[in-house]
Write a protein that binds this ligand. Structure first.
Ligand code: ZN
Ligand code: ZN
Length: 351
């Protein structure tokens, strides 16, 4: 009898269905994971709301997951079956111009064959076959004392860490973070681990409170005050923060980040804006003020390793980020709870 896989499939904006699909055997170099925990992510919400340029419906969702290896493809060690494991949702080819320079998040293979190197979905399911390049680069066997929840944080922590590394924070610096969604909160905690003073700017009071719990020194609601002068006042004696990280994904907050940073400071535009949007930058800020403006996209194999270490040592705890859990059949409810900001992230537990 053919085995089936219960899986959440997205048919279009706001249309998520639970289906029974046949399980394909893992291809050479792949592993099949029986998913124990999968987490909702802002990217799932974004795709659920408006689709994704590289995906044609119906497609599966869920890319942050951990579980137990249930089968392996040709060329893989069969002793892996039964191992507790986590994988990231992408990998570089490790041979192109960018990969050999350690910039595997910019891998040329991603542009040409996005599907071969990334897995944006399939985690909200009983089983998922993980692609060979991801298995090669970004698979980790869990230590016995590491929970599946803790392991499933690998991708968000590694992506947050990439943004933090782009900011070049030094001990004692003042960092402003715009947005306190899951990523803004992770960046708050990571910036504190770097020894920075952290100012968090967020309109949602509940999220702002969460930022306080994650260690933020100063919490500001931009609705209550003149945000630019207030942030300047609080950072470097009126000069502004050394670094500003945008974690919202809107052109106006991208521009705000540039307005906030001190002369010679660094702006990291992390939040992905809708396609075909633009920002306007005063040339004076770039020229006379020598500000540095960087984008931050995805993460690297090196940072995935560092993130795994942060998680195995408990420097970051999943329980501080997971606000509730749902059975697989209620994946839609979990994504909508995330979308409606009813918590930080939600866990889906298929088996
Ligand atoms: Zn994610
Ligand atoms: Zn590459």
């Amino acid at each position: 009898m053919e085995r089936t896989n219960t899986i959440a499939m997205c048919y279009g904006p706001l249309d998520l269905r639970i289906e029974e699909l046949p399980i394909k055997p893992p291809a050479p170099g792949e592993i099949q994971v029986g998913v124990k925990v999968a987490l909702t992510c802002g990217t799932d919400v974004k795709i659920y709301r408006r689709g994704y340029p590289f995906l044609t419906p119906p497609f599966p969702l869920g890319h942050e997951f951990a579980g137990i290896i249930s089968d392996v493809g040709r060329g893989m060690d069969r002793d892996l079956i039964g191992k507790r494991v986590v994988t990231s949702n992408g990998a570089g080819c490790m041979t192109c111009f960018y990969c050999v320079r350690g910039l595997d998040n910019l891998c040329e293979g991603l542009e040409e064959n996005f599907d071969d190197f990334t897995q944006m979905g399939g985690g909200f399911a009983q089983y998922i076959n993980v692609k060979a390049p991801i298995v090669r680069q970004n698979m980790r066997i869990l230590p016995d004392n590491m929970s599946f929840e803790q392991a499933a944080m690998l991708e968000p922590v590694s992506v947050a860490l990439h943004g933090i590394n782009m900011a070049d924070i030094k001990t004692g610096d003042t960092v402003a973070i715009i947005g306190a969604g899951p990523m803004g909160l992770l960046k708050t905690q990571l910036a504190k681990l770097k020894g920075a003073k952290v100012i968090v700017i967020e309109k949602n009071e509940d999220r702002l409170k969460e930022a306080g719990k994650k260690g933020a020194d100063i919490l500001l609601n931009p609705d209550d005050l003149d945000i630019i002068s207030e942030v300047h006042r609080l950072a470097n004696d009126g000069r502004g923060p050394d670094q500003v990280i945008e974690a919202v994904g809107h052109p106006t907050t991208w521009e705000l980040a540039i307005d906030l940073v001190r002369k010679g400071g660094t702006v990291v535009e992390y939040g992905g804006c809708p396609s075909d949007t633009n920002i306007v930058v005063d040339t004076k800020r770039l020229h006379y003020d020598e500000i540095i403006v960087k984008g931050s996209y995805s993460t690297t194999a090196h940072e995935t390793e560092a993130a795994f270490n942060l998680l195995t040592t408990g420097a970051i705890l999943a329980e501080d980020y997971i606000s509730g859990s749902y059975p697989l059949e209620q994946t839609k409810d979990a994504i909508e709870a995330h979308m409606n900001q009813e918590g930080i992230k939600f866990a889906i537990k298929p088996i």
